[in-house]
Design a protein around this ligand. Structure first.
Ligand SMILES: Nc1ncnc2c1ncn2[C@@H]1O[C@H](COP(=O)(O)OP(=O)(O)OP(=O)(O)O)[C@@H](O)[C@H]1O
Length: 465
């Protein structure tokens, strides 16, 4: 690319007079300039926008180890950098050359010399990739920062961008989305990208703890504080001091416990059962639910004040059916992860991929994972065919012969699994998605029913309307 009068230049120097004059002169020469007074501000500016050239001092705050030079060359290798120093030294000159700087100028520098150096560096700049290619590079770079979340569909790239920005804050985040869309995976990614990453990420599943034990599980208890408290026990909240607490299925938290949680969030203190002294914690709260909390609040089942505390930032995860090609990426990833070492299965037939793309995936990614796991176990050839898919998926096949084929080779275990799945669906239909009532009829606990529904990737919410 040739020198362009609109080239954008970043000038980093801690001498205010030099900074101002150089900026003014380069602007007069037709360039657009941003001036910063230290290396950290320069790195921030480079992270925020694309510059065509960097003019940098060496002896300035934040650059004792030539941080700007090193980070600049590593992270923005195509942006030329000219060093302008008042304190030249052989080691810094050698290091600068080693890192591939465009020029090394000594202060006081004549403006004509500086201008020629700028023009030369801009003219030698490698050609910028075309816009589409650049977008693709940026897309890949963003997705690569979240290896645990597979997907590069537009809604997911947007999500990565938001996670990237909110992870660094301490704001409480509410993650909503249908069952199995990856709410817990997202919460873990937020924690991993946050300043709390070195501390614990503690999952608190609101459906797994019986109501009567909730306080003791969460806050801990002292020996003898209630029947069965045979020894002191530290609560889960204590474990995530300085870290992150992730409340899964927050919409299931009973009213009295919502009030207690609100207090913890507001005051960052709690009192273990049987103690009188409160314990102070420093915890970030992430919560997830597949319930519509607006509906729950209107029905008086969820506290509005708690909702506002929890949802300083609200992330809504897209269902799998709106994630385009991600379904194929995810299926391939699960095949790689779940295939035993001695398995002959290598891929999916085109018809199977077609079914995957057409199916509505009510159980989302968890359901896809289950389907791939089942297919890997059933398949006898080296490619997963439609005969290894469960009936629900085959119903979405465009070809009738495929639909008739069914799961002819299903084992006894798989047939039982399918019967259990059908039983759960009919129970939920009967009780309009009320898990407690369904559990009662099936003769099991509410927690047990939640676990079973999760295993089958069935969302009770979809039977509620
Ligand atoms: N983007 C993803 N990439 C890879 N695996 C994923 C992704 N999203 C979810 N999974 C996998 O799908 C399954 C369900 O994910 P997760 O538990 O995070 O969903 P959820 O929305 O929290 O579900 P629920 O509402 O039922 O609690 C897990 O096995 C998880 O590892």
């Amino acid at each position: 690319m040739t020198d362009s009068p609109t080239a954008r230049i970043l000038i980093a120097d801690d001498e205010p007079l030099y900074l101002r004059t150089t900026g003014e002169l380069l602007r007069k020469a037709g360039y657009s300039c941003e001036c910063v007074g230290d290396a950290r501000a320069a790195v921030e500016a480079l992270s925020r926008e694309t510059f065509d050239l960097v003019l940098s001092d060496l002896n300035m705050p934040g650059n004792a180890e030539l941080e700007l030079l090193r980070q600049g060359r590593a992270r923005w290798p195509n942006t030329p950098l000219i060093v302008v120093t008042g304190v030249p030294s052989l080691p810094t000159a050698i290091e600068s050359v080693r890192l591939g700087i465009a020029d090394y100028l000594l202060k006081p520098v004549r403006f004509d010399d500086l201008l020629s150096s700028v023009r030369r560096a801009l003219a030698r700049r490698p050609l910028a990739p075309p816009a589409a290619e650049r977008d693709e590079i940026e897309r890949r770079a963003l997705a690569a920062r979240f290896p645990e979340i597979i997907g590069d569909s537009p809604p997911m790239l947007e999500l990565f961008d938001v996670i990237d920005r909110v992870a660094k804050t301490d704001a409480n985040i509410l993650i909503t989305g249908e069952s199995g869309t990856g709410k817990e995976v997202t919460a873990r990614a937020i924690h991993r990208h946050s300043p709390r990453a070195q501390h614990n990420f503690q999952v608190i599943d609101c459906t797994a703890v019986p109501e009567t034990l909730f306080e003791s599980v969460l806050f801990g208890h002292v020996k003898g504080s209630f029947t069965g408290a045979v020894k002191d026990q530290e609560g889960l909240l204590r474990r995530c001091h300085l870290g992150t607490a992730f409340f899964d299925e927050i919409g299931e938290l009973p009213g009295p416990l919502q009030a207690k949680l609100l207090r913890v969030i507001q005051e960052q203190t709690f009192t273990p059962v049987g103690k009188s002294e409160p314990v102070q914690v420093d915890t970030r709260f992430l919560c997830a639910t597949n319930r519509d909390l607006e509906l729950e609040m209107n029905a008086g089942r969820f506290r509005r004040d708690l909702f506002y505390r929890l949802s300083v930032i609200h992330l809504e995860l897209p269902p799998l059916r709106q994630r385009g090609g991600d379904v194929v990426l995810l299926a391939q990833k699960f095949l790689t992860d779940l295939r035993p070492n001695d398995s002959h299965v290598e891929g999916f037939s085109d018809e199977v991929l077609d079914c995957f793309k057409r199916y509505a995936w009510p159980g989302n990614i968890r359901e896809l994972r289950n389907v791939v796991e089942r297919a890997v176990a059933l398949e006898r050839s080296d490619q997963i065919g439609t005969s290894s898919l469960p009936p629900a998926l085959l119903a979405s096949a465009p070809d009738r012969s495929v639909r008739r084929e069914g799961a002819a080779g299903a084992s006894r275990e798989q047939a039982l699994e399918e019967a259990e799945h059908a039983f759960l669906i009919s129970l939920l239909q009967q009780h309009q998605g009320n898990v407690s009532h369904a559990a009662e009829q099936a003769g099991m606990s509410r927690q047990g029913m939640h676990k079973l529904l999760k295993k089958h990737a069935i969302s009770a919410a979809r039977f509620r309307d």
